[in-house]
Design a protein around this ligand. Structure first.
Ligand SMILES: [Zn+2]
Length: 162
């Protein structure tokens, strides 16, 4: 088993969405390579910083990104597009890019209760306006809203019926 720690500078931007890891950002890698029956199993921990803007108020934000992924590089490559062991080495770049992009938040916000922009004025809303915006929550996400509210209060009681 081999372990390596690497610090690299991101050569090109990772991710295309509201938030991404820009070229030039530092990326810390902790790579463990194990020889298994089928090939080489890489376990990679990644730490970096994503930059972007809040999906609600468009304020510039930065987010720490931490993730771990596993990739098996088979000795015996079956498919042309599968990663494999070549000349006793493995190329982590593609799986690394995929893993980082998948770990980026889909809808980044500057803070969980960001009230967003006023639809009329386009200005950033004041904090008190946040409750009104709850009505805009997509019903598919409503369960998550309830979950957040109950963890905040920590009481486990049903939300106030108002
Ligand atoms: Zn915001």
């Amino acid at each position: 088993m081999r372990e390596r720690e690497r610090e690299i500078v991101v050569p090109d931007q990772l991710g295309e969405g509201l938030i991404h890891v820009p070229a030039g950002e530092q990326l810390f890698l902790d790579v463990r390579l194990e020889s298994v029956h089928e090939g080489i199993l890489a376990t990679v921990s990644v730490e970096t910083t994503a930059h972007g803007e809040c999906g609600r108020c468009l304020e510039a934000i930065q987010r720490p990104v931490e993730l771990e992924f596993h990739e098996l590089f088979p000795y015996d490559r079956q498919e042309a597009d599968e990663y494999g062991v070549q000349d006793d080495s493995v190329d982590l770049e593609s799986p690394l890019r995929d893993a980082v992009v998948l770990a980026l938040p889909f809808q980044p916000v500057c803070r969980p209760d960001c009230p967003g922009l006023d639809p009329v004025t386009g200005e950033k809303r004041q904090d008190g306006a946040a409750e009104e915006s709850l009505g805009e929550v997509d019903p598919r996400w409503a369960a998550l809203t309830a979950f957040t509210a109950s963890t905040d209060s920590g009481t486990g009681d049903a939300p106030n019926a108002g």
